[in-house]
Design a protein around this ligand. Structure first.
Ligand code: C2E
Ligand code: MG
Ligand code: MG
Ligand code: MG
Length: 293
């Protein structure tokens, strides 16, 4: 009967809700230990200049290497950590791990590229943010150009004044600030006039799979032109195909990151890329291998 089928549906809904809540509760129970235990690890997604093939940097992306569950993706825990504030501690931990790696690489004589770290919308309103980051760079004796900070576009709309002050201060200290997820929000265009930023990160996924679609192409083209007019470099993220990369290049967007080049990779694999850069600059078949990982 109809009643039965409703009953079943509710039962299913309840079960899946319960499963999600249990999963979330488990995450909350385990996060403190996971942090102390070093289970949050940075993976690195390389960034390239597609014109000359040079490795220009990498983004550090957190993975939770759980002893039983394997690598957990950020979408499972970052939203929870943003709500309960734990994100700030996880992020500071991530930034420090990145600084430690940069220090190691420098001491090993590897050619360094700047590493971009993500700064959560919660971190931005931490009054000690700038001080904490400067302390880290000082502790590991790193030049300020080596750490780039990604702030998501939607954070820029919340309390613009405080954010602008923080970003200005960071940039005054020689740190680059990149606007992440550019194009995902609403206020993009007029905001750019007032907000200090060094690079726009445009996510190809916002435009759907249908990048060849004339409208998406026009939007991309317009964004790149506008950014150029404002003297802002654009880094396209989520570049998955050669066609996308070629199209971006044809409209003057040369900086790219995405599965076409490489997935986020483990630190050992990223170190191999740095070593490769030492002997042999430019994009090679080798680099593209990591796409299969
Ligand atoms: P994001 O900062 O915009 O990072 C880019 C995301 O796109 C990453 O997902 C990356 O793996 C994915 N991606 C890159 N290229 C491609 C592609 O060609 N195709 C597709 N389909 N995806 C691609 P990931 O690592 O799952 O991270 C998701 C989001 O979680 C990040 O988006 C960022 O907002 C957040 N996140 C990741 N690590 C951290 C962290 O350490 N701290 C903070 N606060 N947030 C983080
Ligand atoms: Mg990012
Ligand atoms: Mg992004
Ligand atoms: Mg994002």
């Amino acid at each position: 009967s109809i009643k039965d089928s409703y009953g079943k549906r509710y039962a299913w809904y309840d079960d899946s809700m319960r499963a999600t809540m249990l999963e979330q509760q488990e995450i909350l129970n385990e996060m403190e230990f996971a942090l102390k235990d070093g289970q949050f690890v940075p993976y690195f997604q390389p960034q390239y200049n597609y014109e000359n093939g040079n490795l220009i940097g990498a983004e550090a992306l957190v993975r939770w290497e759980h002893p039983r569950k394997g690598a957990i993706l950020p979408c499972k825990f970052i939203p929870l950590f943003e709500r309960n504030g734990f994100i700030s501690r996880m992020d500071e931990y991530m930034w420090e791990q990145v600084c430690i790696l940069l220090e190691n690489w420098r001491d090993e004589g590897l050619p360094l590229v700047p590493i971009s770290v993500n700064v959560s919308r919660r971190d931005i309103y931490n009054p000690h943010l700038v001080e904490n980051i400067l302390n880290l760079l000082h502790k590991y004796n790193l030049s300020h150009e080596l750490l780039h900070l990604e702030i998501t576009e939607s954070a820029y709309t919340q309390n613009a004044e405080q954010l602008v002050n923080t970003v200005n201060l960071l940039r005054k200290h020689g740190l680059e600030v990149h606007m992440d997820d550019f194009g995902s929000g609403y206020s993009s265009l007029n905001m750019l006039q007032n907000v200090p930023v060094d690079i726009l990160k445009l996510d190809m996924r916002f435009l759907g799979n249908d990048y060849k679609n004339e409208r998406s192409g026009n939007v991309l083209n317009a964004v790149v032109r506008m950014a150029t007019a404002l003297r802002l470099p654009v880094l396209a993220e989520g570049v998955e195909t050669k066609e996308q990369a070629d199209f971006l290049k044809s409209i003057g967007c040369l900086l790219m990151q995405g599965y076409f080049f490489s997935r986020p990779i483990k630190v050992e694999n990223f170190e191999a890329l740095l070593k490769n850069k030492q002997t042999n600059s430019g994009l090679t078949e080798n680099n593209l291998e990591s796409i299969e990982n």
